[in-house]
Ligand binder design. Structure first.
Ligand code: G3P
Length: 217
């Protein structure tokens, strides 16, 4: 399973990248706004900076919702860097645009996926990635991880090549469950990635080793 970081924050991207385990980055308009990035030039420069920092796929989301607008915006985003993946919402115009991008060799990430039916449609259009939002599904009292499992089964049975990019991750357990359920990628906040490091017995064990090491140092 590949690890992406789900943020537009450069210091968090650097911290995750420095671990040596980062395979890519996902952003969305909310994450870009959170960093105070304003204006087209600043947005493009920010994506450029991220692409130069991380050697992997970088999802950049369109904000148009009509076919022509999505195509125009997506072409501009894709021109920033070879690793840009155009992130397109799961709407009718979005599906048409994903098919167009697929036919024109531009990678896509179909976002805001909340059902297996949506994931089938995105795969039929040739999306490189689908992004089921598992945390938001859990928030609405359904089972987000179960959706990952269902999509993984369908894609395996049908031979779809689209990669499942588990998104809206809330904690380290989500990452473990997504790995079990067959996600190809997990895009996570930095805290959830760092949460994977933690176990109290590791801390206790290390303290004891360091204490004992003093006896022979
Ligand atoms: O990037 C899409 C997704 O990961 C958003 O997560 O936490 O806003 O539900 P969240």
């Amino acid at each position: 399973m590949k690890f992406f970081i789900d943020t537009a924050n450069l210091s968090q991207i650097k911290e995750a990248n420095d671990l040596g385990i980062l395979d890519g980055v996902t952003t969305n308009p909310s994450l870009m706004a959170k960093e105070g990035i304003k204006g087209n030039d600043a947005v493009i420069q920010h994506y450029k900076t991220i692409c130069e920092m991380v050697n992997g796929d970088i999802s950049a989301e369109v904000i148009s919702t009509d076919f022509a607008g999505i195509i125009e915006e997506g072409k501009k985003l894709a021109a920033i860097h070879k690793n840009i993946v155009v992130k397109v919402p799961m709407i009718k115009e979005g599906i048409k645009a994903i098919k167009w991008f697929t036919d024109n060799g531009i990678k896509t990430n179909c976002t805001l996926i909340f059902s297996a039916g949506q994931a089938i449609l995105a795969a039929k259009a040739g999306a490189t990635y689908v992004s089921p939002f598992i945390g938001r599904i859990d928030d609405s009292s359904w089972d987000g991880v179960q959706l990952i499992e269902q999509i993984a089964n369908i894609y395996a049975v049908q031979g779809f090549k689209t990669e499942i990019l588990a998104a809206s991750i809330r904690n380290a357990l989500h990452i473990v469950k997504c790995a079990e359920a067959g996600a190809d990628v997990c895009t996570c906040p930095l805290d959830s990635i760092l949460g994977l490091l933690k176990h109290p017995l590791t801390d206790i064990g290390l303290a004891k080793f360091l204490e004992d090491a003093k006896k022979f140092a």
